[in-house]
Design a protein around this ligand. Sequence first.
Ligand code: SF4
Ligand code: SF4
Length: 300
Amino acid sequence: MASGTIFNIQRYSIHDGPGIRTTVFLKGCPLSCWWCHNPESQKYGVQLVLWKERCIGCGGCNSVCPEGAISGGGFPPVIDSEKCSGCGLCAEECPAVALEMVGKTVSSDYVMKEIEKDLIFYDQSGGGVTFSGGEPLMQPEFLAELLEKCKARDIHTAVDTCGYANWEVLSGIAGLTDLFLYDIKHMDDLVHTRTVGVSNRIILENLGKLARVHSNILIRFPLVPGINDDRANIEKTAQFISGVGIREVNILPYHNTGMDKYARLGRNYRLTDTREPSKELTDKACEIFSEYGINVKIGG
Ligand code: SF4
Ligand code: SF4
């Protein structure tokens, strides 16, 4: 039986595909988008998170760490994520619940048991299961086994992907997936590389190939002011999508609800001055996609 690392299973989800769904968040992502609101999803494996405001400065974490990854005298502690092995001893020791381990390794049967709790809601609402992340294609065997088990139980499946994967992996799960939620972030490769961390070449190539073998692909376009909201980029995105025969786009307006998580992970948030897109900007983006014959929806 395959096992994998997840960081959340969210029941009663209504933003990740049709109907009422269970969204399974797999850990690990090859991208590091500046606007990512789940930064804890990016690193594969269990990860330590510090809630500084809860720390009472007892220093217990410092004394139990076998890797010498904690310093700073205890208020709050300074954690060296490079040294941390994710053993979890400090979180067990902490009396203030200021340290939390994010992610756990589970079997596909464990996940299926959680999924099956809501079978009745899937049936009644036309829902199902969405595998998200992180990037679910980073754990291909685990993902494929979960998809196979869902298919055997007649549960509708969606895969939410950034598309940055080997084509063999993506095509391997295409026949097991009812719906793809496929993210397109920017058409300019330099801007894409700067703000997302990788080139967009594989992502766009894979989308073209996937559209030839799969008929149910929904594009997700995060609208981030100052990054990808200019008319030229939205037009190029619309041209590309319609060119490969896709007619559905969801615009996901930027929000900064994940900002505090960066501090807990000891990371900087790059978009502190960025605001949510205005209604005019969002309407304009919708208008441009519509000009290319694409059905647009705002939100997930
Ligand atoms: S999780 Fe383990 S290795 Fe990491 S800081 Fe805590 S005690 Fe040290
Ligand atoms: S064990 Fe918890 S409360 Fe004590 S110093 Fe470490 S983080 Fe703070």
